[in-house]
Design a protein around this ligand. Sequence first.
Ligand SMILES: [Fe+2]
Ligand SMILES: [Fe+2]
Length: 311
Amino acid sequence: MSILHCKGHDAFYEALPQALLPLSQEGIVRILMMGDVIGRPGRKIVKSVLPQLKHRGKINLATINGENLAGGFGITQKIFNELTAPATGVDVVTMGNHWCDKPEVHSIRKSSNKMVLPQNLKNLEGVELIPEFEIPGSRRTLSVLNVMGLFAMKHEYNDPFEFLEKSRPILEAKVQGGQSIVIVDVHAEASSEKQAIAWFMDGVAAGLIGTHTHTPTSDERVTRKGTAFLTDVGMTGPYESVIGMTLSGSMPRYFTPKEKKPQEVSEKDLWLCGFLLEISEATGLTLAAHRLQYREDLQEWTLRTVTPPTK
Ligand SMILES: [Fe+2]
Ligand SMILES: [Fe+2]
């Protein structure tokens, strides 16, 4: 593993090319996967950082999880439009258990193919179809899987493991046939479910992130077969909070539960978190992956790079 740690945008962008694979190497596709973006502060940091990061890092395509974009609960058309506008640069929005907190999600889904709902939602027509996106600068398409875990979820979902068992051979043929690159957002509370799915997709998915806990884990890796994996990428949003919500609204829920306080998104200590994959155009699998964090208050960038084990 190597670590790049920089203060300020200029220092980071100057050092970044040396931390990435040389683009002279034939056929590298860079995909940035981000997790839950939380409310207005999360949107603010994405809008201020992503355009330049995508440009300077020569990133082909960027994804976010959008379930908490609107005040922490769901997504609206206006917010979806802002983030997926070319000036911001989000190319795909996956979702999670808060997918339908705002009813507009249904019209967004009808009007744009950039919205991906968890494919194991119950009773929603066509949701199980795995979408394919064009990747600028690549001959391959991007197949995006988004599945809900089962542990500690309020609503019921179809079995994600059964869904993946059916989907894996189809996706494997697409990867091996040069047609697709596969990425996965597993939206789950349990690390065990995320890790089991990652190993099940080993050698088929180029990258898999966990989302939902809003808390980054430090177990980034690329397997021998070229699947990059991180149990939870962490939220992009305010870290002086309880999973994104203010301390004044959150703490009474635990310590004085009779005292009902409104839940509001915190605005303090913003971080942007992501997992940047460098994928071989030839194999559709990952050669190097980078856990990326930017902390706005400190103006600090950290990029932790991992590659497949050599033994
Ligand atoms: Fe979330
Ligand atoms: Fe969630």
